[in-house]
Design a protein around this ligand. Structure first.
Ligand SMILES: C[S@@+](CC[C@H](N)C(=O)[O-])C[C@H]1O[C@@H](n2cnc3c(N)ncnc32)[C@H](O)[C@@H]1O
Length: 208
């Protein structure tokens, strides 16, 4: 079963109107200056709706896949995109930089209470944006986990891999630019996608 059963164009205008006046890169710079934190993991970059649609379209989504997480969610583009494109019941973003997490929370208010009839999600969906370090969160209820991991170092990837030990069997973990090589995750597929900053490899893992 595919998670996107309708054209991207049906939801593109909603997505674009939510983000039309938002500069996530500037918000990220502002937050990092305030925190005086130059950690490489905080380097900002955004998923495009087209890339997310391509990723979700090809995922082996099952009926039990109901909860989507983005670990390091920025202004929430992956979370909002998953809400619009997917068949999830709950979509959750966790973001360390307060300026980004707060903006994502405000932007969620711009979404229509119900998505258009052509969207699969023609119903209420729970959107949550948390401000904090995803390493401190329990996301073991997540069925699909998205991680824009291009700038995450080996230590952070290792910590993530350990936390992902607690995911349900059959849950799907998406990483960008680098895969997770551990016995409890199997890479199902690799695909090329165009993100805000260029073409990257995307890895789809299954929890085994
Ligand atoms: C490359 S950006 C991706 C933003 C968003 N996922 C997207 O695709 O549009 C990575 C984000 O992860 C956040 N981040 C990095 N380490 C984090 C951590 N330990 N906990 C929460 N957020 C983190 C950064 O601040 C940044 O906003």
């Amino acid at each position: 079963m595919h998670s996107t059963s309708f054209a991207l164009k049906d939801v593109e205008h909603i997505f674009n109107s939510v983000y039309q006046d938002i500069d996530g890169y500037a918000l990220s710079r502002q937050g990092k200056n305030r925190l005086k934190n130059n950690n490489k993991a905080l380097i900002y970059g955004e998923v495009t709706l087209t890339a997310l649609a391509a990723i979700l379209h090809d995922l082996p989504i099952q009926a039990q896949h109901r909860i989507f997480y983005d670990l390091g969610s920025g202004t929430g583009k992956a979370v909002v995109g998953a809400a619009l494109l997917g068949s999830f019941e709950r979509v959750v973003g966790i973001e360390l930089v307060e300026e980004l997490a707060a903006t994502a929370r405000q932007l969620a208010q711009r979404l229509p209470p119900r998505f258009p009839p052509q969207a699969r999600n023609h119903r209420q969906i729970v959107l949550e944006f948390h401000h904090g370090d995803f390493r401190d969160y329990n996301f073991s209820d997540g069925d699909v986990i998205f991680i824009q991991s291009t700038c995450y170092d080996a230590a952070l990837m290792h910590e993530l891999a350990q936390k992902l030990l607690h995911q349900k069997l059959g849950s799907l973990i998406i990483t960008v630019s680098q895969s997770l090589i551990v016995p409890h995750l199997r890479v199902l597929k690799t695909q090329k996608c165009v993100m805000g900053w260029g073409t990257v490899s995307v890895y789809i893992h299954e929890k085994i």
